[in-house]
Design a protein around this ligand. Structure first.
Ligand code: ATP
Ligand code: MG
Length: 742
């Protein structure tokens, strides 16, 4: 069973912010802000919420207003976004009346979430328009506010938050922090009852937002006393210049100030699914690929995204593992195993059969055979097995992956139809891929777009990077890069299928091509009592692999297609031919070798038999063998070509012509022992008859076997191919349970 590990496949960050401070949730979009004499024009439009705008224009003395001010200040200051300014002419007269100039502002950075948040802050009058390493400048409702950046603790997947230490013009020093709710709530101040109230309200809003599939962040801040600042500065200086354990030291320094924070609010960002994701996932699953989602997102968000991309369905039985200690995780795993997995194992045979039956339902009714199981498939649909979905979070994985619970997790995960790991750190993503790689022979493919997907992309057998808005790290670490998740469907179902067919065939063909030649020479050695004489010139031996038979191999290996891209995309189950190892397996290998043995015997003995009464020399015989073997292997290849294009014709038939050309040239050189042989041979009909006999006799068993197989035991691909050629839809494609996808 191949496995596919997905990071995120959303890329369009549409912004929705929920400001929590006044316990109201406001949703807004991007908008250009009109600020004093300068007009900031954002790349995309944001519509601001009127109520919140009104609050922001009140006197700063009110507590609610002060919190709102600090919330937006944190959004525009606590990030690594770089503003890119471009002056543009005012478009209308009205605009030029109220503004000196219009400045188009584009925010660039590694995190699309941050870009969206800074743009939203700008729409509310907090426009970040200058950033250097030492300071940032924010346009706060027309007033320029310059803030000194004393230090920045970048986001990392362990802390799951970032912070910035800012000195205000009045010399106040503040630490502004934003991060994941799980990491933020533990470092908030818990002094007053109002804090508790605010906290609970925020928590319930966060749950609500993440259930809608929004990506949430919590924003907080606090003032630093001069002693705290001094201590932090000392440590920060030391950590940032340290040559060893720099990351750990910086993390310790951050923890010094990232505590006792005052909650300011929360944000929620819509991470729109890319186009075609549900369809792509569905097709991959029909193709027999298990899809697992590994994300750093909150559990509710991950479940909601899982539902929207149709990975999870409402009927699925969800096994949720959220443990905070080893014992708790152990208990949850054992309970889940006893309750679901053992039951699943007992029903496993039944399940596979029913899976296969279910696949009948995808095929149009009018195309079914009258007695196909589809007839009762509809009746049984309601009683089909309830699928299992495992949902597990990163903190449980800490206990599970590092302890002896790995095998329990593996048992449960493999029994589930869907596995969803949320709040997982990059190394845990790699750990999950490793778990499958080390315990099964399955091929793993990891796909992701962010820096946090790099380790899993590198760990998987095949790594695919999506070039999104989250930088190029995933792409740089991957084997394949693509613009959108949905292209994976084509990559696997079409190109993966073609490649498998071509490589499987080429491996067998190349064994055959070389073995038939060597065996022919071997029979000659046996017949000449190991005399070490040779019938073929050295030139013929060298040219056989390099010129006579190599070009068709290359062209067929690149251009041959058993099925059209349309059919492969329409019937994902055809991909399962690879799972069943239909193109290359031991049976096929030995059959090919037996066929090779037969063909080499025909090659060697037919000329001996046809010329048994003649007195031709051994070089003439060698010349005939050379030409005959080239014609035989090329016609063997021609018999297996599935799609003839002009280049295939040119290469196959051209190779035979080139062989004749080379033989003519080699036989015209007086110093060679085979001088003039072809000219004598070609005159007699016996020569041409021998070649015809070799070709027909050599390929006959293969031809007969192929006809019998394709008539009585056609493969799915064969059926689809015939249907394609006849212009019909395949009727019972992939439906035979014995060939069902694994
Ligand atoms: N720049 C940031 N500043 C603060 N917090 C962040 C930042 N980026 C992400 N986070 C928080 O850390 C969490 C984990 O981030 P991470 O990048 O590991 O995963 P993710 O982006 O949520 O999901 P995915 O695995 O799909 O990329 C996020 O869910 C978010 O709450
Ligand atoms: Mg991310």
């Amino acid at each position: 069973m191949p496995c596919l590990f997905c990071g995120s496949f959303g890329d369009q960050k549409n912004l929705i912010i929920m400001f929590e401070q006044n316990f109201i949730s406001v949703v807004w979009e991007r908008k250009s802000a009109l600020l004093g004499r300068r007009r900031w024009k954002l790349k995309s439009e944001i519509t601001a919420d009127f109520e919140l705008l009104e609050l922001l224009h009140k006197e700063l003395s009110s507590e609610e207003r002060a919190f709102a001010h600090e919330f937006f200040l944190t959004l525009s200051a606590c990030n690594t976004v770089i503003p890119i300014l471009a002056r543009s002419p005012s478009s209308s007269e009205a605009e030029s009346d109220c503004c000196d100039n219009v400045v188009t502002i584009d925010y660039q950075g590694e995190s699309p979430d941050e870009q969206a948040l800074v743009a939203a802050a700008s729409a509310y009058g907090y426009t970040l328009f200058e950033r250097t390493s030492g300071h940032i400048v924010i346009d706060v409702n027309g007033e320029k506010l310059r803030l000194d950046v004393l230090g920045l603790h970048e986001f990392d997947s362990v802390r799951k938050r970032m912070s910035v230490v800012i000195r205000f013009p009045n010399n106040d020093v503040k630490v502004l922090v934003k991060g994941a709710d799980t990491s933020m709530f533990s470092i908030l101040r818990k002094d007053a009852a109002t804090d508790d109230h605010r906290r609970h309200a925020t928590q319930s809003h966060l749950t609500e937002y993440s259930s809608e599939g929004l990506r949430t962040l919590v924003v907080a801040s606090r003032n630093l006393t001069s002693e705290e600042l001094k201590e932090w500065q000392c440590m920060y200086q030391d950590a940032s210049t340290s040559l060893t354990d720099r990351t750990i030291k910086l993390r310790q320094t951050a923890s010094l100030i990232e505590c006792h924070l005052t909650l300011l609010g929360a944000t929620a960002i819509e991470d729109k699914l890319q186009e075609g994701v549900p369809e792509a996932i569905e097709s991959l699953r029909q193709a027999g690929i298990k899809v697992w989602v590994l994300t750093g997102d909150k559990q509710e968000t991950a479940i909601s995204i899982g539902l929207s991309c149709k990975l999870l369905t409402a009927e699925m039985q969800q096994i949720i593992i959220n443990g905070n200690s080893e014992n708790e995780c152990r208990k949850l795993l054992f309970d889940a195993k006893a309750k679901y997995v053992l039951k699943y194992r007992n029903n496993q045979d039944l399940k596979w059969t029913r899976d296969a039956e279910r696949d009948y339902l995808e095929i149009p009714v009018d195309m079914k055979f009258p007695n196909s199981p589809q007839q009762h498939g509809g009746l049984e649909e309601g009683s089909l097995h309830a699928s299992l979905a495992l949902i597990i979070d990163g903190s449980s994985l800490v206990y599970i992956l590092e302890k002896d619970l790995e095998s329990e997790l593996f048992d449960i995960a493999t029994a589930c139809r869907v596995v969803l790991c949320c709040r997982v750190a990059p190394l845990q993503k790699a750990g999950i891929v490793d778990l499958i790689k080390s315990r099964t022979d399955d091929m793993t493919l990891a796909i992701g777009d962010g820096a946090n997907d790099v380790s899993m992309i590198q760990m998987a057998d095949v790594g695919v990077g999506i070039c999104g808005q989250e930088g190029r790290q995933a792409v740089m670490a991957s084997d394949f890069a693509m613009g959108q998740f949905r292209f994976l469907k084509r990559l696997l179902l079409v190109h993966g299928h073609w490649n498998y067919q071509r490589i499987g065939y080429l491996v067998l063909y190349n064994f055959y091509r070389n073995a038939v030649f060597v065996l022919m020479l071997f029979w000659y050695i046996l017949c000449t009592a190991f005399s070490t004489t040779s019938a073929l010139t050295d030139w013929s031996s060298v040219f056989y692999s390099v010129i006579y038979t190599s070009v068709p191999t290359i062209f067929v290996g690149i251009l041959d297609k058993d099925l059209s891209c349309k059919t492969l995309l329409q019937y994902p189950k055809l991909y399962a031919a690879g799972h069943r190892q239909e193109s290359y397996n031991m049976r096929l290998f030995w059959l090919t070798m037996i066929d090779t043995l037969w063909q080499s015997l025909v090659l060697f003995y037919v000329p001996l038999f046809t010329y048994k009464d003649s007195s031709i020399d051994i070089w003439s015989m060698g010349s005939l063998w050379t030409v005959a073997v080239v014609i035989l292997v090329n016609i063997h290849l021609a018999m297996d070509v599935q799609r003839w294009v002009i280049y295939t014709h040119l290469s196959v038939w051209g190779s035979i012509l080139i062989t004749y050309g080379c033989v003519l040239v080699l036989d015209s050189i007086p110093t060679f022992a085979n001088y003039g042989t072809i000219y004598h041979l070609a005159k007699s009909p016996m020569y041409w008859l021998s070649i015809l006999l070799i070709t027909v006799l050599g390929l006959l068993p293969r031809f007969v076997l192929k006809v019998i197989y394709q008539t009585f035991w056609p493969s799915d691909i064969q059926i689809a191919r015939e249907a394609e050629i006849l212009g019909k839809r395949p009727c019972y494609l992939g439906s035979r349970p014995d060939q069902g996808s694994s």
